[in-house]
Design a protein around this ligand. Structure first.
Ligand SMILES: Cc1ncc(COP(=O)(O)O)c(C=O)c1O
Length: 478
């Protein structure tokens, strides 16, 4: 017998979902909270399954060929990372062993990028390349202020300090310039200069230049700026300059590829004007998002103002990240990947990814209607546009749409200013794009081109109604 206001066990079970099948619960019936907290808790299995189901309707990460960001880690790494999720990376005194792993990663990257230990290189992990680039930019700004003041250059005049970079920059540099009131001087790209144009770059440099950013590689095409060529130009300039100008290498992707695939290419601390380098651990550093790294070549390269000291093992440890609290799991994951793969493992993974990229290049070229803008020469990225003279009743935006029906995400987009009339498509190959998947992709692409070619044209317009999608260049590049 129950009181009027007393609920039966069955009723309570229905409410909490404790005994009912997941999709038989009231919670499953009522749906998920959208704009306000639900009144009652929901059983964990029910909440987890409903969220999982909701997320399952979006794209599959392995077929997302527009992102550089890792979509595979070994189960051992995932397990290790899930065991360390609760550690706060900034609590160096409480988690000294985790802090030690971070220091080891910094030292290993310094070694990989040919830093001279005698110069006391320093560095830190970050949330990603964006934070690392901000820090690289701040390092340049603080150094410039100090040197410019000493050289008698007016620092607090109406002339803002400037940063020189190619127009193929990633949006983080625009953020940096806007946040810190820096004039962004973009060296235009054109079809003959798909990277930083060394013929004109020095026209943009003057005594208010805090530094030049070299990109390894450009987000849209994967091409590397000629860092050695830039270094030579700046060495010449610095011989007479009141304020020397140095290079920050934005190696978001390339800094974790070049050392393994092209070890003889000098783009790093082997060059005298490369004073800082940043990379994304979550791109070709093979860790799930988000982790990045920045290193300065020497004590002199990292202004004291950027360093804060926190207590560590009874002493003090330098921190220079912008962000404070975040999980240490990604740092642990990065150390796992470094230890597990070693140099040879990284080289094998990247070389195999390059082989898949070259297979795709050959196949897409063989279709006879595209001009390749990038053929995975440096990083495993390929990029193409419709070749001159090829008239099709469809655009790359239409092809992008059709490929999505097979789950492939390969967006079409316009190139940076000066070339915005050129629409291209890009594939970023990652370790989990196997040859088997690549073969399947080629078959799907051929079938969709045949479908578009055969589509009935109404009123002389393409099947998708022209370039109705992104018609402006956005610097995120993903
Ligand atoms: C050249 C370059 N710099 C910076 C970034 C920003 O990287 P993150 O997403 O790690 O912040 C990217 C991302 O694509 C990039 O390609």
């Amino acid at each position: 017998m129950t009181h009027m206001n007393e609920k039966t066990v069955k009723e309570m079970n229905v409410e909490t979902g404790a005994a009912s099948p997941i999709f038989g619960t009231v919670a499953a019936d009522e749906g998920m909270p959208v704009s306000r907290f639900g009144d009652k808790p929901v059983a964990p299995q029910v909440a987890a399954e409903m969220i999982r189901e909701y997320l399952s309707t979006e794209g599959n990460a392995h077929q997302n060929l527009c992102t550089f960001v890792q979509t595979y880690m070994e189960p051992e790494a995932v397990q290790l990372m899930s065991e360390t999720l609760e550690k706060n990376a900034i609590d160096k005194d409480e988690y000294p062993m985790t802090a030690d792993l971070e220091n080891r990663c910094v030292a290993m990257l310094g070694n990989l990028w040919h830093a001279d230990m005698a110069e006391q290189p320093m560095g830190t992990s970050t949330v990603g390349s964006s934070e690392a680039c901000m820090l690289g930019g701040l390092g340049m700004l603080f150094r410039w202020k100090e040197l410019a003041q000493k050289a008698g250059v007016e620092v607090y005049s109406s002339r803002r300090p400037n940063l020189v970079i190619s127009s193929g920059y990633q949006v983080c540099w625009e953020k940096f310039c806007r946040y810190w009131d820096i004039e962004m001087r973009c060296v235009p790209m054109d079809e003959d200069h798909l990277t930083l144009n060394l013929d004109t770059v020095m026209d943009y440099v003057d005594e208010h230049t805090i530094g030049v950013v070299a990109i390894l590689g450009i987000t849209y095409t994967g091409r590397y700026d000629d860092v050695a060529g830039l270094d030579a130009l700046l060495s010449e300039y610095n011989r007479k300059a009141a304020v020397p100008v140095r290079i920050h290498v934005d190696g978001a992707s390339g800094a974790m590829v070049a050392p393994f695939i092209e070890p003889d290419l000098a783009w790093d601390f082997r060059l005298e004007n490369v004073w800082s380098i940043s990379t994304s651990g979550h791109k070709y550093g093979l860790v799930y998002p988000g982790i990045g790294w920045i290193l300065w070549r020497s004590k002199e390269a990292l202004p004291e103002d950027l360093i804060f000291w926190v207590s560590y093992l009874g002493g003090e440890e330098a921190t220079m990240a912008i962000n404070f609290s975040r999980s240490a799991a990604q740092i642990v994951g990065q150390y796992y990947v470094f230890m597990r793969n070693g140099f040879e493992g990284f080289a094998e993974i990247h070389q195999r990814t390059m082989d898949v990229a070259h297979y795709l290049v050959d196949e897409i070229k063989g279709m006879g209607i595209f001009k390749m803008l990038e053929e995975a020469t440096e990083i495993p990225i390929l990029c193409w546009r419709l070749a001159d003279g090829v008239e099709k009743p469809w655009t790359l935006y239409d092809l992008d749409d059709r490929l999505r029906m097979h789950g492939w995400q390969i967006p079409a987009y316009p190139l940076p200013p000066n070339m915005e009339d050129v629409t291209c498509q890009r594939i970023v190959c990652r370790a989990d794009l196997s040859m088997a998947l690549a073969i399947k992709f080629v078959a799907d692409m051929k079938a969709e081109i045949a479908h578009l070619d055969a589509a009935r044209i109404v009123g002389g317009e393409g099947v998708g109604g022209a370039d109705s999608k992104a018609t402006h260049f956005d610097h995120s590049g993903r």
